[in-house]
Design a protein around this ligand. Structure first.
Ligand code: ADP
Ligand code: TYD
Length: 207
């Protein structure tokens, strides 16, 4: 049996990833390709720990958080019950909302990107995405979208961080462009235009 494809969505917070994951999943379903949709941080015990840290219920150093994401990702791949590796080996196409490029971009704001890449080496050796889709949304627009739907107090602080994260994504793509398949789409448009663009750009990878 041929292996399933593995499609990773990336982008800053509010870039429109989960919206596009949903649209792609529906489109694939219409084509008769039933996908397994998942996300990081996961809802495993390690993922729950990360959520508790991110919501401020537990305190942890940035390096500890980066390492927890490494562990969460390995469990996401290797878990016996619903691990991505088993799914892909069974021929199932897997779509994930965030994968290791999120770690490269978000954590390298506070620490060396090379360290983060090295720390995730097990995951990249186990499973590289068939294609990574980066939704490139202007931080101002992403923040506007977030503000419309969620309660946020520190939008200014958030903007400067998201600007840095966006730059770090491009730095990571530059670094790894030779070994990774990356497509970039302009996320500053309406949902359907972005979806059509994604479809055109990933089609060659789904053959
Ligand atoms: P992410 O998963 O990247 O954080 P979401 O898909 O949850 O982003 O989108 C954040 C918010 O912006 C949601 O309320 C969503 O409905 C809205 N949104 C998503 N894509 C667009 C778009 N292209 N134009 C306008 N609003 C959008
Ligand atoms: P989430 O609420 O899922 O945000 P979004 O809808 O934007 O994906 O929270 C995920 C947050 O975790 C997001 O701010 C990015 C961050 N993150 C990391 O810092 N490192 C990682 O490895 C991953 C996967 C996510």
């Amino acid at each position: 049996m041929s292996k399933g494809k593995f499609i990773a969505f990336e982008g800053i917070d509010g870039s429109g990833k989960s919206t596009q994951v949903k649209i792609l999943n529906e489109r694939m379903k219409k084509e008769g390709n039933y996908c397994y949709v998942t996300m990081e941080p996961t809802d495993s015990p390690i993922g729950s720990l990360i959520h508790q840290i991110m919501t401020g219920r537990i305190k942890a150093d940035n390096r500890t958080i980066a390492a927890l994401f490494v562990a969460d990702r390995l469990d996401h791949l290797l878990n016996d019950l619903n691990g991505i590796v088993n799914k892909v080996n069974e021929g199932i196409t897997v779509i994930t909302d965030r994968y290791y490029f999120s770690s490269y971009a978000y954590h390298s704001v506070d620490m060396s990107m090379d360290w983060v890449i090295k720390a995730n080496e097990q995951s990249s050796n186990i499973l590289r995405p068939t294609v990574t889709v980066f939704i490139d949304t202007d931080p101002d627009i992403a923040i506007e979208r977030i503000a419309k739907n969620r309660f946020h107090q520190e939008l200014f602080e958030k903007k400067s961080r998201l600007m840095k994260v966006r730059e770090k994504y491009f730095e990571a793509f530059e670094k790894l462009g030779k070994v990774e398949q990356i497509v970039v789409v302009d996320g500053n448009r309406d949902e359907q235009k972005i979806a059509a663009d994604i479809w055109e750009k990933i089609k060659p990878f789904l053959q």
